[in-house]
Design a protein around this ligand. Structure first.
Ligand code: ZN
Length: 266
């Protein structure tokens, strides 16, 4: 799903619903007209909340600014959940000389092994993004204050180990809410989504995943994977060979979006 039209935002949606209910009251419409308006409102709000590319609650970067070149960016979420698997992924990226972005979770940057992987990602030229501290199931119900705290806590950890302050944030599950939008305005990070959700956590088999990704790949795509998955080191060489054959170049997310990945240090 792409972005909703610019006029379709939460406030305009609620105002339109009241206007429609007002008209319904004036013409003494039957009860189901009110229900229909409510159903439409809820449906649009549901898709706006669950589809990050809709830009319903906040603007999110989900594909290249200019998608005329055969360039794409690769992102991995939820690190560093499994340092052994992440190292295998890093080995392959190094072999193919391909840059990636890793959206790490604060609570997964605790052990020595996890920190070593974080440092290796950075040292090998990959970008580190913020993917919240807890990645809690109920993250989308958090207050804006709590969301801000989660982002700052993870920023602090990354800063402590890499001496860099990340500017890219990807909300857990790609869910956005008015509270997350408010928090993002406060911390002044860029919200990063994706245009191609690989569904690697569901598919879990390299050939089927390759088939899906091939079908959905476009110029300027931002792809979403998870580096902790056991089968991913078998998938990546197949995928990267395919990209080479088709003439695609993998670029950093900062280059694809023409944005700074880290805060400039004074
Ligand atoms: Zn995640």
């Amino acid at each position: 799903m792409g972005p909703f039209p610019k006029f379709l935002r939460l406030n305009t949606l609620i105002i339109s619903a009241f206007v429609l209910w007002g008209i319904a009251a004036l013409v003494a419409a039957p009860w189901w007209v009110y229900a229909l308006v409510l159903l439409m409102l809820l449906t649009i709000a549901y898709f706006g909340t669950t589809q990050i590319a809709s830009n319903f609650h906040l603007p999110a970067y989900c594909k290249a600014v200019h998608s005329d070149k055969k360039e794409i960016a690769i992102t991995f979420d939820d690190g560093v959940l499994n340092p052994i698997q992440s190292n295998l992924v890093l080995d392959i990226l190094k072999q193919y000389e391909v840059p990636a972005t890793f959206f790490c979770i604060g609570k997964n940057l605790a052990s020595n092994e996890q920190i070593q992987v974080l440092k290796r990602m950075d040292a090998e030229g990959h970008i580190i993004g913020n993917h919240s501290f807890s990645h809690a199931n109920l993250f989308d119900f958090f207050s804006s204050k709590r969301v801000v705290q989660e982002i700052l806590d993870t920023d602090k950890l990354i800063q402590q180990h890499l001496n860099k302050q990340p500017l890219f944030f990807r909300p857990p599950y790609g869910i956005t809410t008015p509270n997350i939008a408010k928090a993002m305005r406060q911390v002044e990070h860029q919200t990063i989504g994706w245009s191609l959700r690989s569904l690697d956590t569901v598919i879990k088999e390299e050939n089927r995943l390759l088939k899906r990704v091939k079908k959905k790949l476009k110029k300027g795509s931002i792809l979403l994977f998870h580096d902790h998955l056991e089968f991913l080191p078998r998938f990546l060489p197949l995928f990267l060979d395919y990209l080479l054959k088709e003439g695609y170049t993998v670029v950093g997310l900062d280059q694809l979006l023409q944005l700074q990945a880290y805060k400039k240090t004074q």
